[in-house]
Ligand binder design. Structure first.
Ligand SMILES: Nc1ncnc2c1ncn2[C@@H]1O[C@H](COP(=O)(O)OP(=O)(O)OP(=O)(O)O)[C@@H](O)[C@H]1O
Ligand SMILES: [Mg+2]
Length: 378
């Protein structure tokens, strides 16, 4: 399981020992180190790059709010949690003004771990410009049922769990099922967004997205196919371009059609994972899709993913010869794990961390990150 990195800020050695004892063995938290309540803090934050700073104010040190303020202003994206002796109204007010996300009084110390995780998840969901170009990755497959949604959901959750800011857009406008696989009650969807607003900024979009417990931001598809026609390619283009600066990765789950909306999403993407099963209908559909992508000069973005990979008359060489691109990734066949994820709404990257499907997702996630780093360093 990915852990939230926490940097403790406390002068007292006994406090540090106590926090190590409380948080050291937690699965969701990595207590990476401590800094003293002085200028050392900012250097340590730069070094450790934590997602959460846990400030401990034992002696009602007045400098603590000043430190919180400097972290808040200098390090957008870090959640500040303040552990205090008392959470009087005065302390709460000062903490709020200083950018503290959560004040935890000593009486709530048993809840500390949960409150830290909560603060990290909320901070991840906050609309803060990341200051870097995100990667927009579409998951497409020319044949129905090739595993697009399974891959999109698990890849996005895995990236979000690693502390990155990640969004997943369900652009299967007729029969989207991302909400099912994530067990999300889709109160708002892309339809409410485009019907209520003629133009929208990031706060508008955020108010129609749902938050998954992994920290993933999800824009759900319409609840009925009859609404699909209300979403236009202009909407898709605007949503992607408005969201871009606020996320490290945006994943898009697409249907197998080539409607204007799907094409707009593909053209707005930096990478396309073309998912196919190892059979003749999938091979033929992938070939047709690649032809269109070549005409649109989008073929360079494509990585071929063979999913649900089991015995077949078609070899790797057959696929690569017909499609004229190499196989980028193989995801093994594991119907039990895949089904469980679908039926329980639990991504297998969380509930089955050791499964072969999770291992395959890890490889794809690493590949996406490497590609992003290569591009940033060029
Ligand atoms: N690697 C795998 N091994 C076994 N079963 C899989 C695998 N990947 C996906 N499946 C199963 O295949 C079925 C289709 O998967 P999924 O819904 O992700 O496909 P899709 O391409 O999104 O379908 P659609 O075209 O309808 O949107 C599901 O029952 C899923 O559990
Ligand atoms: Mg699907």
């Amino acid at each position: 399981m990915a852990k939230y990195k926490v940097l403790g800020i406390a002068d007292n050695e006994e406090t540090r020992i106590d926090l190590r004892r409380r948080l050291g063995k937690e699965e969701e938290i990595a207590l990476v180190g401590f800094a003293g309540m002085n200028t050392d803090v900012l250097t340590k934050i730069n070094g450790y790059a934590p997602q959460v700073v846990l400030l401990v104010n034992e002696t009602s040190n007045s400098g603590v709010m000043e430190i919180a303020q400097r972290i808040y202003q200098g390090f957008p994206g870090i959640a500040i949690v303040l552990l205090t002796q008392t959470n009087s109204t005065e302390v709460l007010n000062k903490a709020m003004q200083s950018g503290v996300r959560r004040v935890v009084s000593i009486d709530e110390i048993d809840e500390l771990k949960n409150l830290i995780v909560q603060a990290a998840i909320f901070e991840q969901a906050r609309a803060v410009e990341t200051g870097r170009e995100p990667r927009v990755v579409s998951i497409y497959g020319a044949s129905g049922g090739s595993g697009k949604t399974t891959i999109a959901v698990n890849l996005a959750v895995m990236m979000a769990k690693s502390g990155r800011r990640v969004a997943l857009l369900d652009l299967c406008l007729c029969y989207g099922d991302v909400d099912l696989l994530l067990n999300i009650n889709a109160r708002d969807t892309i339809i409410e967004l485009v019907q209520e607003k003629s133009t929208f900024n990031i706060d508008d979009i955020k108010s129609f997205t749902m938050q998954h417990s992994s920290g993933l931001t999800v824009l759900c598809s319409p609840t009925s196919p009859k609404y699909a026609e209300y979403v236009t390619q202009n909407h898709i283009e605007t949503i992607i371009s408005v969201m871009r600066p606020y996320f490290d990765f945006i994943f898009i789950d697409l249907p197998c059609d080539l409607s204007d909306c799907t094409l707009t999403a593909l053209e707005s993407s930096d990478d396309i994972l073309l998912v196919a099963k190892r059979d003749i209908p999938n091979l033929r559909a992938a070939k047709a899709m690649l032809g269109i992508m070549t005409t649109l000069q989008q073929q360079e973005k494509i990585d071929l993913v063979i999913n649900d990979d089991g015995p077949s008359v078609l070899s790797d060489a057959d696929f690569e010869r017909v499609l004229e691109i190499p196989i980028g990734h193989r995801i093994p066949e594991d119907p039990r794990t895949a089904k469980k994820c679908q039926e329980r709404g639990e991504p297998f990257v969380i509930s089955e961390p050791r499964s072969s499907l999770t291992m395959a997702m890890k490889r794809i996630a690493k590949y996406c990150i490497r590609k992003d780093e290569r591009r940033t360093s060029n």
